[in-house]
Design a protein around this ligand. Structure first.
Ligand SMILES: [Zn+2]
Length: 394
């Protein structure tokens, strides 16, 4: 593995700071000036944006990722997920309805894309070990990719109540060093950073928290390239995305921007919809109020673990992507999420609670007329059903 020669720099998403890729001597974290996320910038020729079908999984998109020459077997089974039409529900909703199914990734969720690249980038820049606080699939993915490179165990910190959860068990299965602290992921993160203060400062350990390093965004970006390639000249009018930290939403938009910058725009890009739970909806709140940044809220708890993110460090990037795409943000109730989970299953399409939230959102946006009849709509089903079906009463 080595840095992509087309990678030019990591630029701050909020201030003018730019770090040249040539000058990197240690893993990249947050902006040293303003502590906001950095994002990779490339000099991409048009041929770099064409998938390399002779490679498998994420390696198809190596030329637009920060690292190239991913080892065989590392991420061959990551990404390249299918988009499928949903003819059973399409007429009921009056839509040309499609789903992108991320449950086929090796740990069962879209988190594999970001963590595969985050871990690989950190290793290329000198890290040997990774850590992150988690309340869901991100910790599982980080543990898996640490194991695939034979690294020391990933240091995963979960809220106290997560002991014995499916996420805990999966991290342990992939060899992670799992710890527990605090009542929520923010408190778990604080405890983790205190415990690892010195190795984090020395760059020996990389904090893989959402947007704390630029690799996860690049990995998630591959969803956008896949959607753009799969739909070709008939892009979705809308992409409906369950939004916690928002890496995927920002990443999908970054893909469409990179395509446009290289003169390869596949027509009008899709309008993005950020979906959150009514019980934790900081992005929806900020969008409605016309703010430029997302102000933290106090979560009242949601069954959709991935949406239980009360403070989004890249909130400014999420709001910018929603507005640039002429999109919107919508909050759905816990009852609507549960009902959509069942409706989706009954119609033969398994999903997670987060995926179900996108179906609930589309029901709302059809009722209020935001999405007109006949629109081509793509739902992002970010994980499989296995984790959440155990919480459904039968
Ligand atoms: Zn900055």
């Amino acid at each position: 593995m080595r840095l992509n020669p087309a990678l030019q720099s990591f630029a701050c998403s909020a201030c003018e700071h730019v770090a040249s890729a040539l000058a990197l001597t240690a893993p990249v974290g947050l902006c040293p000036r303003c502590h906001k996320p950095l994002a990779a910038r490339y000099a991409l020729r048009q041929d770099a944006l064409v998938p390399r079908h002779e490679r498998a999984g994420l390696a198809r998109w190596e030329s637009v990722l920060p690292i190239v020459e991913l080892p065989a077997g590392y991420a061959d089974d990551v990404g390249a997920t299918p988009v499928a039409p949903w003819p059973r529900l399409a007429p009921e909703l009056g839509l040309d309805l499609w789903v992108k199914h991320e449950g086929g990734n090796p740990t069962g969720s879209f988190k594999d894309r970001g963590l595969a690249v985050g871990v690989a980038l950190g290793v290329v820049l000198g890290a040997r070990r990774f850590c992150l606080p988690t309340q869901g699939n991100a910790g599982v993915a980080a543990s898996l990719f640490s194991a695939r490179l034979g690294l020391p165990p990933c240091h995963v910190v979960m809220p106290l109540a997560w002991r014995g959860s499916p996420y805990h068990r999966a991290c342990a299965l992939f060899g992670a060093d799992v710890r527990f602290a605090g009542a929520n992921v923010a408190e778990a993160g604080r405890a983790m950073r205190e415990a690892l203060d010195r190795p984090l400062a020395a760059g020996e350990v990389v904090d893989l928290s959402t947007f704390f390093e630029p690799g996860r965004l690049e990995g998630k970006k591959t969803m956008g390239f896949e959607i753009a390639a799969d739909f070709g000249r008939a892009q979705p009018d809308w992409i409906v995305y369950p939004t916690g930290g928002g890496t995927g939403l920002v990443g999908i938009w970054k893909a469409y921007e990179e395509l446009a910058a290289a003169g390869l725009s596949p027509g009008t890009p899709p309008r993005l919809v950020a979906v959150q739970s009514e019980r934790c909806a900081p992005v929806v709140e900020a969008f409605r109020r016309g703010l430029a940044v997302v102000e933290p809220v106090t979560s009242r708890g949601t069954a959709a673990d991935g949406l239980d993110v009360p403070a989004a460090i890249m909130g400014h990037g999420i709001l910018a992507a929603l507005r640039a795409s002429r999109g919107t943000a919508v909050a759905v109730s816990e009852e609507a999420i549960a009902a959509a989970f069942r409706r989706s299953g009954a119609a033969g399409v398994p999903t997670s609670f987060e995926g179900a939230a996108t179906l609930a959102a589309v029901e709302t946006l059809r009722r209020d007329g935001t999405i007109p009849a006949g629109s081509r709509v793509l739902l992002l089903f970010t994980a499989g059903f296995a984790t959440h079906v155990s919480r459904v009463e039968v």
